[in-house]
Design a protein around this ligand. Structure first.
Ligand code: SAM
Length: 255
């Protein structure tokens, strides 16, 4: 997978050298380019923002540096797909992900969808956000997705991009040694994971549940499933409410 990140704060992305993302890069599973948006400015102050049309507080990111950046990263190879003859972009077009609190909520299903792409480009907004024409123009050659981390407002898109990249990269084949981790974790099957324990068996008088030390794999699986349901009901009743009844088995009903 090739990932490009456009930002006015490239230093935010130093952690992409670390841990499993860093390893995915050195082993060639992931190729990342972090680009300073200001390299596509032409004035002495390297300006990327200006006051909003229509008034209001704050500043808005000007379109020109974004347009020049996209022209370089994804050169337009055909006429813009606008007007009555427009056709949808095919699924080989890069995906442009624009973090914004006004976007669709990021979740594990979206992470899986992005993990199936060959090329992702992230556009980190700052100030009050990016001039909307940038997204309109980009949509003539990329599949544009406005994505929100959640219902709160950050200073900028950089942290949101780091979050999304972590969620996406760990789903790429070969990045996580034991692929089973990905099927048994929270959000893999509409439930939260059961509580976890490790050694020692007793710590400050607190014992690891006996069933987990029993060696009885059937009992352990049923206990984990029950705990998973209980935890989901307690923490995220919304998830449980949207679980299809046919995905519950007779043990669950007994629970
Ligand atoms: N004026 C914008 C609004 O009200 O929707 C908020 C702009 S915010 C201060 C600046 C940038 O932070 C956004 O352009 C976006 O890149 C990023 N950002 C803030 N909150 C975010 C969120 N919940 N999810 C994803 N990105 C976010």
């Amino acid at each position: 997978m090739r990932v490009d990140v456009l930002t006015i704060f490239p230093d935010y992305f130093a952690p992409l050298e670390l841990s499993l993302i860093g390893k995915a890069r050195t082993t060639g599973l992931l190729d990342v380019g972090v680009h300073d948006l200001r390299q596509w400015t032409h004035d002495v102050h390297r300006t990327v923002d200006d006051t909003p049309y229509g008034g209001g507080p704050g500043m808005v990111m000007r379109p020109e540096p974004w347009g020049a950046a996209f022209d370089e990263l994804v050169p337009p190879d055909r006429p813009p797909l606008t007007g009555p003859e427009s056709v949808p972009l095919d699924d080989r077009a890069p995906v442009l992900i624009v973090p914004t609190p006004a976007g669709q909520r990021f979740d594990q299903a979206m992470a899986h969808a992005f993990a199936g792409e060959r090329r992702l480009i992230f556009a980190c907004g700052r100030y009050e956000g990016i001039d909307q024409r940038v997204l309109e123009e980009a949509a003539t050659r990329m599949r544009v997705r406005e994505v929100s981390l959640g219902d709160y407002v950050l200073f900028g898109g950089e942290v949101a991009v780091l979050v999304m990249l972590e969620a996406v990269v760990r789903l790429l084949p070969g990045v996580i040694g034991n692929a089973e981790s990905l099927t048994e974790e929270s959000h893999a099957n509409g439930l939260l994971e059961a509580p976890l324990y490790t050694k020692p068996a007793v710590w400050r008088g607190r014992e690891v549940p006996e069933v987990l030390r029993s060696g009885d794999h059937g009992r352990i699986a049923r206990w984990r499933r029950a705990q998973s349901l209980l935890r989901t009901a307690a923490q995220r009743p919304d998830m449980l409410a949207s679980t299809a009844p046919e995905t519950l088995d007779k043990h669950d009903v007994a629970t």
